[in-house]
Design a protein around this ligand. Structure first.
Ligand code: GSH
Length: 227
């Protein structure tokens, strides 16, 4: 009876990450959201394995994958018994458990980091995805709102350029998961074949991101040493 009660308590408790479990990252290298997680894991120096999931691998619509991640998107991270999806939730988790200096030490400090992550998903992501999808197409094949999405993208990049002026990093005067989340997405935005003004402050920050070995692994320019 006592033993059963013990088992029940354990089975309903928070999933545990165990010291000897190697983190599994499910997601294709070419996904910007997977790249955020690779960037973070490489910065932390945590052992991990990445397994190809998504798009051309055609393995995310299966029942088995949907049990892990009901959105059928990538990335998904598995740490022991814990399964996490949503790239920014994964970054928050990794910072909290494996790399506290990558986020704020207090709730107030964390707002300074996380506002940029929330803003990225809430404001930058829609025009980023629209321009990512259509920028390389000939004008006649682009979505009807392409010009409006491009204008919105530039307005959002201007916000980033203004904030980073006079700063090295987006929050707390140090490299954090805000910079990690923005890294691969802003790089793509700056490289889109669309007409835009110079964003010299943002480009300076991107140069510093590009110089980090962990970022080179994240974008597939360099192999990982972790696996
Ligand atoms: N908000 C989600 C978005 C996830 C997402 O849309 N992932 C894309 C790749 S960037 C995806 O799974 N696309 C379909 C696929 O690769 O099969 C996150 O940040 O993790």
């Amino acid at each position: 009876m006592t033993a059963n009660r013990h088992v029940n308590v354990r089975s309903t408790a928070e999933p545990k990450h165990r010291e000897n479990d190697v983190i599994r990252l499910l997601g294709r290298q070419t996904s910007g959201n997977v790249q955020k997680v690779i960037f973070c894991l490489e910065e932390l120096g945590s052992p991990y394995v990445r397994e190809d999931y998504g798009r051309q691998f055609a393995n995310t619509l299966t029942e088995a994958y949907r049990k892990l991640n009901p959105t059928a998107k990538v990335p998904t991270l598995i740490d022991g018994e814990l399964v996490i999806w949503e790239s920014h939730t994964i970054l928050r988790y990794l910072a909290a458990v494996h790399g506290p200096t990558l986020t704020g030490a207090t709730a107030a400090e964390r707002t300074m980091v996380e506002r940029w992550m929330d803003w990225l998903l809430g404001a930058l992501n829609t025009p980023y995805v629209a321009v990512f999808r259509d920028a390389k197409k000939v004008p006649a094949e682009r979505a009807p709102d392409f010009a409006a999405q491009s204008a919105d993208l530039l307005a959002q990049l201007k916000i980033l350029d203004g904030h980073i002026a006079g700063r090295d990093w987006f929050a707390l005067n140090r490299f954090t998961i805000a910079d990690i989340a923005l890294g691969s997405i802003v790089k793509r935005c700056l490289e889109f074949p669309i007409e835009r003004p110079a964003y010299s402050e943002l480009e300076r920050w991107q140069t510093a991101i590009d110089a980090r070995p962990a970022f080179a692994v994240a974008i597939g320019a360099k192999p990982s040493q972790a696996y």
